[in-house]
Ligand binder design. Structure first.
Ligand SMILES: Cc1cc2nc3c(=O)[nH]c(=O)nc-3n(C[C@H](O)[C@H](O)[C@H](O)COP(=O)(O)O)c2cc1C
Length: 124
């Protein structure tokens, strides 16, 4: 499964690098504004629980291939806003929210994310 990410301050890029080392293909949405295959999106949360503008634009152009979402955030923003962008995308576009993690995530977050991506194929 292709992984697409947006990373403004580098945390998700670092998370994605860990996925790459585990054999996943991860691409930056800014370098791949239009894709033709199914993907899982990883997004940060910005500005009081908001979906970043770049992610919203990307989704408008690639919605038909969105399979699932995961989000990075920080719990200093409070439980209600933590990783909220992923929750919103899951709700609005009716896709599963695979995981929410803090900052660049721990190895345990990478494990959870991979396990859930791999289980997507078994959910049909
Ligand atoms: C201006 C700003 C607003 C943020 N707002 C939230 C928020 O509402 N909820 C949250 O969980 N994290 C919030 N964060 C934290 C980021 O989502 C978190 O640091 C994430 O790992 C950033 O990913 P990136 O470094 O790949 O861009 C915010 C960060 C910044 C800089």
């Amino acid at each position: 499964m292709l992984i697409l990410f947006y990373s403004k301050t580098g945390n998700i890029r670092r998370f994605s690098n860990k996925l790459t080392k585990r054999g996943f293909v991860c691409k930056d949405i800014l370098e791949h504004p239009k894709v033709e295959e199914d993907f899982v999106l990883i997004t940060p949360t910005h500005g009081f629980g908001q979906i970043p503008d770049a992610v919203q634009l990307f989704l408008r152009n690639n919605l038909e291939h969105l399979v699932a979402v995961a989000s990075s955030g920080n719990k200093v923003w409070g439980n209600d806003l933590f990783g909220k962008s992923g929750e919103t995308i899951a709700d609005v576009y009716n896709v599963p929210l695979l995981h929410k993690f803090q900052s660049q995530g721990f190895e345990s977050d990478v494990d959870i994310f991979i396990e859930r991506v791999l289980s997507l194929g078994k959910m049909d």
